[in-house]
Design a protein. Structure first.
Length: 74
Protein backbone atom coordinates (compact mmCIF):
# COMPACT_ATOMS: atom_id res chain seq x y z
CA UNK A 1 0.00 0.00 0.00
CA UNK A 2 1.35 3.43 -0.94
CA UNK A 3 2.27 5.80 1.84
CA UNK A 4 0.07 8.89 2.20
CA UNK A 5 1.69 12.09 0.90
CA UNK A 6 1.33 15.28 2.94
CA UNK A 7 2.13 18.73 1.59
CA UNK A 8 2.81 22.18 3.01
CA UNK A 9 -0.18 24.52 3.02
CA UNK A 10 1.29 26.58 0.16
CA UNK A 11 1.45 23.51 -2.10
CA UNK A 12 -2.12 22.52 -1.21
CA UNK A 13 -3.39 26.02 -1.99
CA UNK A 14 -1.61 25.95 -5.36
CA UNK A 15 -3.16 22.56 -6.18
CA UNK A 16 -6.61 23.89 -5.28
CA UNK A 17 -6.11 27.04 -7.36
CA UNK A 18 -5.13 24.88 -10.36
CA UNK A 19 -8.23 22.74 -9.85
CA UNK A 20 -6.21 19.60 -9.04
CA UNK A 21 -7.56 19.33 -5.49
CA UNK A 22 -10.85 19.98 -3.76
CA UNK A 23 -11.40 20.54 -0.04
CA UNK A 24 -11.44 16.83 0.76
CA UNK A 25 -8.06 16.40 -0.94
CA UNK A 26 -6.78 19.42 1.01
CA UNK A 27 -7.75 17.84 4.34
CA UNK A 28 -6.45 14.39 3.39
CA UNK A 29 -3.07 15.74 2.29
CA UNK A 30 -2.60 18.25 5.12
CA UNK A 31 -1.73 15.78 7.90
CA UNK A 32 -2.66 12.47 9.49
CA UNK A 33 -3.95 14.42 12.49
CA UNK A 34 -6.32 16.41 10.31
CA UNK A 35 -7.60 13.21 8.70
CA UNK A 36 -8.47 11.79 12.11
CA UNK A 37 -9.96 15.06 13.37
CA UNK A 38 -12.03 15.44 10.21
CA UNK A 39 -13.53 11.96 10.58
CA UNK A 40 -14.44 12.74 14.18
CA UNK A 41 -15.85 16.13 13.17
CA UNK A 42 -18.10 14.53 10.54
CA UNK A 43 -19.26 11.85 12.97
CA UNK A 44 -19.96 14.39 15.74
CA UNK A 45 -21.94 16.68 13.43
CA UNK A 46 -23.66 13.94 11.39
CA UNK A 47 -21.97 15.03 8.16
CA UNK A 48 -21.17 13.03 5.05
CA UNK A 49 -17.50 12.88 4.08
CA UNK A 50 -16.98 15.08 1.02
CA UNK A 51 -15.90 18.49 -0.23
CA UNK A 52 -18.70 20.40 1.51
CA UNK A 53 -18.00 19.01 4.98
CA UNK A 54 -14.23 19.24 4.38
CA UNK A 55 -14.60 22.96 3.59
CA UNK A 56 -16.64 23.38 6.78
CA UNK A 57 -13.92 21.54 8.73
CA UNK A 58 -11.20 23.83 7.33
CA UNK A 59 -13.26 26.89 8.37
CA UNK A 60 -13.61 25.33 11.83
CA UNK A 61 -9.83 24.80 12.05
CA UNK A 62 -9.24 28.40 10.91
CA UNK A 63 -11.54 29.71 13.63
CA UNK A 64 -9.70 27.59 16.22
CA UNK A 65 -6.38 29.08 15.09
CA UNK A 66 -7.74 32.63 15.18
CA UNK A 67 -9.07 32.10 18.72
CA UNK A 68 -5.72 30.67 19.83
CA UNK A 69 -3.86 33.62 18.31
CA UNK A 70 -6.16 36.11 20.02
CA UNK A 71 -5.66 34.32 23.34
CA UNK A 72 -1.88 34.31 22.83
CA UNK A 73 -1.79 30.50 22.70
CA UNK A 74 -0.42 30.12 19.18
Amino acid sequence: MAEQAYYPEEVLIEKMERGEYGWLDYVNHFSAEWQEEYLGYCKEHGLMIGNTSAAEFVRYKDSQLEAALEAGEA
